[in-house]
Write a protein that binds this ligand. Structure first.
Ligand code: PLP
Length: 404
């Protein structure tokens, strides 16, 4: 028999979202007539725009012709798409040869974990998107789990709470090789200011660390003063990799398309190029994003596509505004939700899984318990704007009946 990779025994619980689904299913079985509404998971709900589907169809149809058929493509992604990402998203601040198109941000995060390996020390925001910690556990980069603290001993947890305006206390942070940073943040909805990102870049420079900047929700930033990319900060190309995605702005959670920027200026302590190694990872462990999906991406980034993506985002942000206002009217303190599709709601003194269960059982509304995102998420719930307007309004009506 094969010995189980012991890193799997260290995963603290099932992945958060399957656990939520399990509990949701139990309630559905007990209440077969109940309509359960999810304000929980971050999956998109609006259909793809017809314009984007046109791009998907164009490539699909071409694949059935002798002239239009294509097999394996360039592992880095189609040149036209890399150019469009470079120009339309970064305004030329990164060059196409620094952009690597992929099958999504989550997949890139796991490949980055392979790139840096198990010996790289990591700092992770607490709370955070679970993949940073769980992926690090799977490759063996975390050390032992401390039950009492609810933390791994080799991870530096950067507490991000209302007390520090969701930005870590860098002055008291030990050096690590890698620093995961997500803005707009999942789950807190916080967006780092330009000054804060500058501090982060300076901190990484001083410590010779590399920032893994997750900007999967950058399209949700409407406040022009807030940075959408870490490369808006001077010096970031020497210390930061940026991971992003078409999933949330274009509804590509199922189509699968994302990208990662690895600047040419980024190097290891021996001076060798990180971009070169990343290219090696992508050519060895990945064979390029689906050609069909990449056509969809090209259409999403043309003039019409950008307007339509904005309409989709505005729809979700209006849902978030409605939920946030409703929660505040019940005297629940909320954070985020203005430049991000997530609202971080505080239930002081309560366990987040208890509040999750109470809301689910009494109103059939699914939320996400903050504790699932890290120890500092205890006492919070994440509400998401990714739903139809009708469901959002109905969920709000149901929540009104609860006495928080
Ligand atoms: N990064 C963050 C912060 C996310 O919340 C998500 C998905 O919810 C992802 C990455 C995954 O994106 P993708 O669908 O491109 O894999």
């Amino acid at each position: 028999m094969v010995k189980r990779n012991e890193n799997f025994t260290k995963l603290t619980a099932g992945y958060l979202f399957p656990e939520i689904n399990r509990r949701k299913k139990l309630v559905a079985e007990k209440n077969p007539n109940a309509k359960i509404i999810s304000l929980g998971v971050g999956d998109t709900t609006l259909p793809l725009s017809l314009h984007i589907t046109e791009g998907l169809l164009k490539e699909s149809n071409a694949l059935s012709t002798k002239e239009g058929y294509s097999g394996y493509g360039d592992e880095q992604g189609m040149t036209s798409l890399r150019r469009k990402i470079s120009e339309n998203i970064y305004g030329g601040a990164v060059s196409p040869d620094e952009v690597f198109v992929s099958d999504g941000a989550k997949c890139d995060i796991s490949r980055l974990q392979v790139l840096f390996g198990k010996d790289a020390s990591v700092a992770i925001q607490d709370p955070s998107y679970p993949v940073y910690v769980d992926g690090s556990v799977i490759i063996g980069a975390t050390g032992k789990y401390n039950e009492k603290k609810g933390q791994f001993d080799k991870i530096v947890y950067m507490k991000c709470t209302p007390e520090n305006n969701f930005f870590p206390d860098l002055e008291n942070l030990p050096r690590t090789d890698l620093i995961y940073f997500c803005s707009p943040n999942n789950p807190t909805g916080a967006v780092a200011t330009r000054e804060e990102l500058k501090k982060l870049v300076d901190f990484a420079k001083k410590n010779k660390s590399i920032i893994l900047f997750d900007s999967a929700y950058s399209f949700f930033i409407s406040d022009e003063k807030l940075p959408k990319s870490i490369y808006e900060v001077e010096g970031a190309k020497e210390v930061a990799i940026e991971i992003s995605s078409f999933s949330k702005p274009a509804g590509f959670t199922g189509v699968r398309l994302g990208w990662t920027v690895v600047p040419q200026l980024l190097s290891y302590d021996d001076g060798s190029s990180v971009n070169k190694d990343w290219n090696r990872v992508m050519t060895t462990l990945f064979n390029g994003a689906s050609n069909v999906a990449q056509y969809g991406g090209l259409y999403a980034l043309d003039n019409k596509g950008v307007v339509e993506m904005k309409e989709t985002i505005d729809h979700y942000l209006e849902n978030t505004r409605l939920i946030k206002n409703a929660l505040e009217s019940f005297n629940i303190k909320t954070y985020g939700g203005t430049n991000a599709p997530y609202i971080w709601a505080h239930f002081p003194g309560k366990k987040s899984w208890d509040v999750f269960e109470e809301i689910l059982n009494k109103t059939f509304v699914v939320t996400t318990p903050g504790a699932g995102f890290g120890p500092a998420g205890e006492g919070f719930l994440r509400f998401s704007g990714f739903n139809t307007r009708e469901n959002t309004l109905e969920a709000i009506e149901r929540l009104k009946k609860l006495k928080f």
